[in-house]
Design a protein around this ligand. Structure first.
Ligand code: KG4
Ligand code: ZN
Length: 442
């Protein structure tokens, strides 16, 4: 193994291999360990999962999953500041990987490949890094800098493949994760599989993630066609899901989407108008709940945008503007009190819930969906979770909701989506590693 790795590195340097595509082979006879990398927005996240196919079912267990949120840093700007997010990912990835690996070194569910670990010498490691130097030191100086002290990278851990988010998201931040994945894939000589972030949200909701780390679980198999409702800071999408896993075209059909702001973005903008911190969704929801508890009546009636339209599209920009006008009017009349804010937050949340619910019902009927999969950060909203539960009971279909700690961005869902696709489609079809800010499900 050691000699093989040395030869591979020599080959790399001599021929300047195409490292935009890192293709290796993964074992088919045993379990597969996947490292997930997520940097599409303001969460730097890494995870390690183990998967296997057992009697026709896809099984997995979580070995470790870490999320480093930058939300507090961005809060000062009222939203994600892309160049700051890029810099932070560059600084965070290496220490986070170190933590991920050190935390699991004692885990019974993760045994090292062999007692005497395969290792590169310091000079072999620096030779590989050298091949990335001219590019990375300019495009990702922070990542480049932190890689310099990362001697632990010379040990080849028991990881079979890497799954990294390719999009959608902020292109500069996506590139940081992709470049990190390329370097690790090259050093460790394992394949790197690009993953669609939204597909991550879909499959993440199929995990029973409340099980303790290390416990094997069978990934839920939703009845098909399933309807997926993806509600996040960047998306509001109704998607028909015809297949889970693999990468055949037509697995996903986008039925409707937002024409302007995403629902999470609307929550964030309304939070800002109400003087609440970023990310605003949980804060607006908390105020709305306080209004409900205190029996505060909304001071205004807000629109339910596009509920009468024939299609399955959404628009939240007008709703946000209606909140802005209400705030301006109340401020001018000196009525913008805490009570007013609570009432307005309540009415806003109701308007969102009714709008989402109307389109969701329409989509369930149009697609004759057999199950509903909710994904994306807004799925943490308590009111919406209750509404989704009621609707699926009413239509007699199964509901898959992400558990609260993985409703936001995480790398568990990315590793899972990558492992699932790669297991079903094989390593022959690994796409080039390129960031796609507007990547769509297809
Ligand atoms: O999926 P996610 O973590 O990141 C994106 O891919 O966009 O979603 C983040 C969004 C933010 O807009 C945040 O305000 C919203 O999810 N969010 C919520 C709640 N928790 C998070 N929105 C409403 N209610 C919540 N409880
Ligand atoms: Zn997301």
């Amino acid at each position: 193994m050691k000699e093989y790795l040395g030869a591979r590195l020599a080959q790399l340097v001599e021929h300047r291999l195409d490292v935009t595509r890192v293709v290796g082979s993964i074992p088919t006879t045993r379990t597969v360990i996947t490292l997930g990398i997520e940097t599409s927005c303001d969460e730097t996240a890494l995870s390690l999962i183990e998967t296997r196919e057992h009697e026709g079912h896809f099984e997995c267990r979580v070995i470790n999953s870490l999320v480093h949120s930058q939300a507090e840093l961005h809060s000062a700007y009222g939203g994600v500041y892309p160049s700051l997010a890029k810099r932070e990912h560059g600084k965070n990835l290496v220490p986070l990987l170190k933590k991920l690996l050190s935390e699991i070194s004692q885990a019974p569910s993760y045994t090292k490949a062999s007692e005497d670990k395969d290792a590169h010498t310091a000079s072999e490691l620096s030779t590989v890094l050298e091949t990335f130097k001219s590019e990375l030191s300019k495009t990702n100086p922070d990542l480049w800098q932190s890689l310099q002290g990362a001697s632990f990278l010379s040990y080849v851990p028991n990881i079979d493949m890497i799954a990294v988010t390719e999009g959608p998201g902020l292109e500069p931040t996506l590139w940081v994760g992709i470049n990190f994945a390329r370097i690790l894939g090259t050093i460790w000589n394992i394949p790197v599989v690009p993953v669609n972030h939204m597909e991550g949200h879909v499959v993440g909701s199929l995990l029973k993630s409340d099980l303790p780390y290390g416990t094997w679980q069978c990934l839920s198999e939703p009845a098909l066609p399933a309807l997926s409702f993806l509600i996040s800071g960047g998306h509001t999408e109704l998607v028909q899901v015809n297949n889970i896993g693999g990468n055949d075209q037509g697995r996903y059909e986008i039925l409707g989407q937002t024409k302007d702001d995403a629902v999470g973005e609307a929550f964030d903008k309304v939070a800002r108008l109400l003087g609440l911190p970023y990310p605003g969704g949980p804060h607006v929801s908390k105020l709305a709940h306080e209004a409900y508890e205190a029996g505060i009546v909304s001071p205004v009636k807000l629109p339910r945008p596009m509920i009468a339209s024939d299609d399955l599209n959404f628009s939240f920009a007008g709703l946000k503007t209606a909140v802005l006008y209400a705030v301006q009017k109340a401020t001018a009349k000196n009525e913008f009190t805490d009570e007013y804010k609570k009432g307005l937050a309540y009415e806003f949340e109701q308007a969102v819930a009714e709008t989402l619910e109307t389109k969701l019902r329409k989509a369930i009927l149009e697609t004759d969906a057999k199950s509903l999969i909710i994904g994306g950060g807004v799925s943490a909203n308590h009111l919406l979770r209750k509404r989704f539960q009621a609707i699926t009971v009413e239509y007699g279909i199964e509901l898959f909701l992400p558990s609260l700690h993985i409703s936001g961005d995480n790398a568990l869902m990315i590793a899972l989506a990558g492992a699932l696709d790669h297991t079903k489609s094989g390593p022959t079809d690994v796409r080039p590693l390129v960031a796609h800010g507007n990547k769509r499900l297809s």
